[in-house]
Write a protein that binds this ligand. Structure first.
Ligand code: CTP
Length: 400
């Protein structure tokens, strides 16, 4: 994405440097605009150094600033895929809500057709003032997104709301707001299982597998960004993705119960979890002491979550499974598709340990019509986005 980052005059302006860097590391191009007050908190040199792009000012009279507001507000407005104002003061919110244009940033905000996102930061009294809240309501009515400030001790010493949201959350919100929505998935409720499950042997030992849950989390993000309402049922230790309703589970049984409780209200299922196929028949409530010689653990099957949900699905619901195979991956994927009654299986060739935790990954979709061209190799976030695009296309081809 090409992002314009507007920085207005607040103590939190230093955090916008961190945000600019994070966005650049995520592969975005970032051009900053400082208002006059913003430039008293952070320098253009910091921002140009971090972004590798010019930094624009309120007025065209300073060294590294390349501003000539007459022309550049239009040029920049066209360049932007998204405009984010971080931190946003009460002043810029008031100007934008009322169509006032007195410097480069405020004129650009009027001229742009790109999505606009605000991350306000100010004193609690100002934040709670009806004028500020009315301005925010007006901006929301224009389709702008607002990342609400958090609570905490503010620079002015007061404690309350008004503290700039976490930089990582603002970056996620930029991703969501800047991604075009897919009609076929927008507003749809999608259930995703992800991560390993853990089957306890005793209070300290557990049976699990090498999955991290990263792929399911990236799928949740990708679906969130195109407008789906995602519910993620997540095993493992990775952090839940921002803006996704997440239920944490441990065992296969817990994952099944969490899914069954949500399935009737869902439009589709992506089963990306690496569910343990067996669990100890009788886990011990006390730590088991070691003995001499061979020891035996009796294992019993866990429920097949994907098969259960697929068996109870309505005609309008869709079900996509994943498979990790070390040999004959397409044949095994076709067999799973038929056995579990799925719409598609995305198969990962894991020969030699590929796929688990690896950086670049490839998935081959298999449907009733046979294998489709492989997707990848791509990093997990890009792979997830490509999978979502592929699946949206398949849904469009489906007869109603
Ligand atoms: N799955 C599930 N519940 C299980 C096992 C698997 O929901 N108890 C789902 C996975 O999330 C994945 C697909 O089923 O979408 C994987 O199919 P499966 O046949 O279980 O794969 P493997 O466990 O690899 O099977 P096998 O050992 O027979 O190859």
């Amino acid at each position: 994405m090409q992002i314009i980052l507007g920085i207005t005059g607040g103590v939190a302006a230093y955090k916008s440097a961190e945000l600019a860097r994070l966005l650049v590391n995520q592969g975005h191009r970032v051009r900053c605009i400082l208002t006059e007050a913003g430039a008293r908190f952070i320098t253009p040199l910091t921002l140009t150094s971090l972004t590798g792009e010019p930094c624009y000012g309120a007025n065209p009279d300073q060294g590294e600033w390349r501003a000539s507001p007459n022309i550049e507000h239009i040029e920049l407005a066209r360049w932007a895929d998204l405009v984010a104002v971080v931190p946003a003061t009460a002043n810029i919110l008031g100007k934008a809500a009322n169509g006032l244009a007195s410097d480069l940033l405020s004129t650009l905000l009027l001229a742009t057709r790109a999505p606009v996102l605000w991350a306000p930061a100010m004193n609690t009294g100002m934040w709670e003032h009806p004028a500020v809240q009315a301005n925010l309501a007006r901006l929301r009515s224009f389709g702008h997104a607002v990342v609400d400030p958090g609570e905490g001790v503010l620079a002015c010493g007061e404690e309350g709301s008004g503290k700039l949201a976490e930089v990582a959350s603002i970056a996620e919100a930029i991703q969501v707001h800047g991604t075009p929505k897919l009609r076929i998935l927008s507003g749809r409720r999608v259930l995703i299982t992800s991560g390993p499950t853990r089957e306890d042997l005793d209070p300290v030992r557990t049976l699990t597998n090498r999955s991290t849950g990263a792929m399911g989390i990236e799928l949740a993000r990708a679906l969130r960004d195109v407008g789906a309402k995602v519910q993620l049922v997540l095993g493992g230790d990775l952090a839940a993705p921002w803006g996704v309703e997440t239920v944490r589970v441990r065992s296969a049984q817990q994952m099944l119960e969490a899914c069954e409780a949500r399935w009737a209200d869902s439009d589709g299922l992506l089963a990306a979890a690496a569910v343990a196929d067996q669990r100890p028949e009788s886990p011990s409530s006390e730590k088991v002491k070691k003995g001499d010689g061979a020891e035996t653990v009796v294992l019993v099957r866990t429920p097949d979550i994907l098969a259960r949900l697929s068996a109870s699905r309505r005609q309008d619901q869709w079900v996509v499974g994943f498979a990790a195979e070390s040999e004959q991956h397409l044949a095994h994927a076709s067999a799973k598709l038929a056995k579990k009654g799925l719409d598609a299986v995305l198969v990962n060739d894991v020969q030699g340990g590929r796929g688990f935790g690896a950086q670049a990954n490839t998935l081959t979709p298999v449907t009733a019509s046979g294998p489709h061209p492989a997707i990848g190799p791509l990093s997990k976030d890009q792979l997830a986005r490509a999978v979502v695009q592929w699946w949206a296309h398949q849904l469009e081809l489906r007869p109603d």
